[in-house]
Ligand binder design. Structure first.
Ligand SMILES: NC(=O)c1ccc[n+]([C@@H]2O[C@H](COP(=O)([O-])OP(=O)(O)OC[C@H]3O[C@@H](n4cnc5c(N)ncnc54)[C@H](O)[C@@H]3O)[C@@H](O)[C@H]2O)c1
Length: 399
């Protein structure tokens, strides 16, 4: 197992519980410790290691490393290349390499195959290659890994047989698809579908709000239709490692093939601009000059009830407010130790400023279940609500 993060950890523990001897490599001590802690007293054999040469001779290699965007918004596959290099050096004949990380269409048959073949392996004969993109949904109510159907695409028949033999032990349902590219594109389609619908909901939320109709009531009503409609709810914009990132992988390859999606480009831009539009609405109420204004952001993670801050929209909001010299604080009962990037912004243990003063405005950043929504509406004279979820009242402004 290469990578013991949000995806690799549950997969490693699931494989151990299914009876495999699992050795997980991760360069980050924290990831290794979390995985070992999560396994303590659990089923099967699992160990984390800091030295990738210890993986040598493993029969199955799962690549679960990060695939972020670089500073210019382009997919960064550095970790995938590194992990494949480790695998190529440690493989033994008959081993399976399976790409689990989200990559662009063609990554398995292109990058992965090339790294293995450059190391002298004949794919489909000496070693086997497949892709099974992850569909993890982290959070307190995450479905068990075993219950989530896995897509499986392979470079050849022998690799497919080898992949099936592995994954069938681990999950209840494996959906074999015609090629690695189908599996890669399906994964990207899943998250592109979400991003486009989130962007659509963002636009319609503005329209419904302007019409004076509560968006959540509209969505809930539409969701009673038993077919042809999937609900999406208003928010502060999609964040995290996947939804804002994966569509860029698809768009990159679509553009390279001469067929970029105009709708997807607009959805990505709409999502990127959501926080700035919310800030403009806050400024319209609080005044253009936010310097010294006491503002509290309640909830700073990318989704409710999860302590993951990666690409979280509330963090962008905090940065804008910080740059505008607001007297700023944040409160989040879900976040454990605050990351260094949040150090310049004081944390508050309650819905007040750190010194106990009442904020002039509170902004709901992430609607964690732990929040008492009514208490948020009472915590400040103005409560900005990008989710349309706070109980209506004189202080509440849906943005
Ligand atoms: N988090 C999710 O909900 C989710 C869901 C579906 C798919 N994915 C995809 O799965 C992949 C992994 O995502 P994640 O959320 O687990 O990321 P993560 O950052 O939580 O974990 C990745 C781990 O890989 C380690 N790593 C980095 N380089 C490595 C290397 N060369 N060898 C071994 N380990 C290395 C990191 O230290 C980290 O612990 C990404 O492609 C992501 O898009 C994530």
């Amino acid at each position: 197992m290469l990578g013991l993060g949000y995806v690799g950890r549950p997969l490693a523990l699931g494989a151990a519980a299914a009876g495999y001897d699992v050795l997980g490599f991760d360069p980050a001590p924290g990831a290794r410790e979390s995985a070992e802690k999560a396994h303590a007293g659990g089923q099967g054999n699992f160990q984390a290691c800091a030295d990738p040469t210890q993986l040598a001779g493993a029969q199955t290699w799962l690549i679960c490393v990060p695939t972020p965007l670089d500073a210019r918004g382009r997919p960064d596959l550095t970790a995938v290349r590194e992990a494949l290099g480790i695998a190529a050096r440690g493989l033994k004949p008959g081993a399976l390499v399976c790409l689990v990380s989200t990559c662009q269409p063609g990554a398995t048959n292109g990058l992965c195959r090339a790294v293995l073949e450059e190391a002298g392996w004949r794919v489909g004969r000496d070693v086997f290659l497949a892709v099974s993109p992850e569909r993890e949904n982290p959070g307190p109510h995450a479905p068990p890994t075993r219950s989530i159907p896995r897509l499986l695409g392979a470079t050849d028949e022998a690799s497919l047989r080898r992949g099936l033999a592995f994954w069938r032990h681990l999950v209840d349902r494996v959906e074999v698809v015609a090629s690695p590219e189908v599996a890669e594109c399906a994964k990207l389609l899943e998250n592109t579908y979400r991003l486009v619908n989130i962007a659509l909901m963002d636009e319609l939320h503005a329209a419904f709000t302007a019409l004076g109709v509560p968006t959540r009531d509209v969505v809930a009503a539409a969701a009673t239709k038993p077919f042809g409609f999937s609900p999406f709810w208003p928010g502060l914009g999609a964040g995290g490692h996947c939804i804002p990132v994966d569509p860029a992988f698809l768009q990159m390859e679509a553009a390279r093939s001469g067929a970029p999606s105009v709708l997807l480009a607009k959805a990505m831009a709409r999502n990127r601009g959501r926080v700035a539009r919310v800030l403009a609405q806050i400024r319209a109420r609080l005044g253009d000059d936010l310097e010294g204004k006491r503002v509290l952001v309640a909830g700073v993670t990318y989704k409710p009830d999860v302590a993951d801050l990666r690409a979280a929209a509330p963090l962008r909001l905090l940065r804008y407010l910080h740059d505008a010299r607001a007297d700023l604080a944040w409160h989040d009962p879900v976040v454990g130790i605050a990351p260094k990037s949040l150090a310049p912004m004081p944390r508050s243990a309650a819905l007040t400023m750190p010194d106990g003063a009442q904020p002039e405005a509170i902004i709901l950043g992430t609607p964690h279940r732990a929040f008492d929504l009514a208490a948020i509406t009472r915590a400040a004279p103005l409560a900005f609500d990008p989710f349309g979820i706070l109980p209506a009242g004189p202080s509440v402004i849906v943005v």
